[in-house]
Design a protein. Structure first.
Lengths: 108, 175
């Protein structure tokens, strides 16, 4: 199959266009603004808790052995917030067009 | 793409959208597994610092399995998403496609069952380690070991349920 023929063949493939539309409309939130507000709210809660734990570990504990678990918990919380946040934003970036009813994404 | 570098064809678009679709479809399972992975890795680090190398290695193994399960679910969805919506699948057999679809569509159940396997196993490990540490009466030690055995039984039951669930989905779709 030559280059030009293949491009034309792919460009007019309606099935692929329909599938692409399906893939970009399923599991999307109804209102992205509300979804993102909830998402940033949750992210802020996780970040604040993690930073409070870091501060508590830095200031509160006298013994270094007591600090380490607290640092690890704080780091894990922060990593969870950042990782899941990146995941949510990546998934959300694929949403375009009309949301498919019955297959929506309600909370992060 | 052979000789089409730099040109985005509709096929590339479909696969690119498929990856994002999969993240959205199984987002809760991925977040759950990400949290579990961090929990196991953190616990392994804490245990390692207390010079319990065997327990740390086992926890790290659970973390590795959790990560592998997450990546496996993502691959299963990514490889089957366009085909499950009607595109032809010339390079993939129906049996493999069914297995991939079962893996991706029951992602949250699978993640939950994996949690119900890994957490009791690590709790049993903790009980045995606690029982082996000195200065405990024999009755308490027996109770700890019995608890560990019960937890392992619970974990293996969940393993069987996970295996049965996956096999059921696979066979039900084929016939």
């Amino acid at each position: 199959m030559t280059f030009g023929y293949k491009v034309v063949f792919l460009a007019i493939d309606h099935l692929q266009i329909a599938v692409a539309q399906d893939l970009s409309s399923r599991y999307c939130p109804h209102v992205q603004a509300v979804f993102l507000m909830r998402f940033w709210g949750l992210f802020a809660v996780f970040a604040v808790v993690a930073l409070s734990l870091f501060l508590a570990a830095y200031r509160g504990m006298k013994r270094p052995s007591g600090r380490t678990p607290l640092y690890i918990v704080a780091g894990a919380l922060l990593l969870f917030a950042v990782g899941s946040g990146a995941l949510v934003l990546y998934g959300l970036s694929g949403c375009s067009g009309v949301t498919a009813e019955g297959l929506t994404w309600d909370w992060p | 793409m052979d000789g089409y570098r730099g040109i985005l064809t509709p096929v590339d678009v479909v696969w690119g959208l498929g990856a994002k679709y999969c993240v959205r479809q199984d987002a809760h399972a991925f977040m759950w597994l990400w949290g579990l992975f961090l929990g196991f890795a953190g616990a392994a680090f804490i245990v390692f610092r207390r010079r319990r190398r065997f327990e740390a290695a086992l926890l790290l193994f659970f973390a590795f399995c959790t990560g592998a399960l997450g990546l496996g679910i993502f691959y299963a969805c990514y490889a089957s998403a366009p085909y499950s919506m009607g595109l032809g699948a010339p390079g993939i057999s129906a049996v493999s496609l069914t297995a991939l679809m079962c893996l991706s569509q029951g992602a949250f159940t699978l993640a939950f069952l994996w949690t119900a396997i890994a957490l009791p196993c690590s709790a049993a490990l903790g009980l045995v380690a606690w029982g082996r540490s000195g200065g405990k009466p024999a009755a308490l030690r027996a109770c700890l070991y019995a608890g560990a055995a019960l937890l392992l039984l619970f974990a293996s039951t969940n393993g069987f349920v996970a295996f049965f669930d996956f096999s059921w989905c696979w066979s039900r779709r084929l016939f």
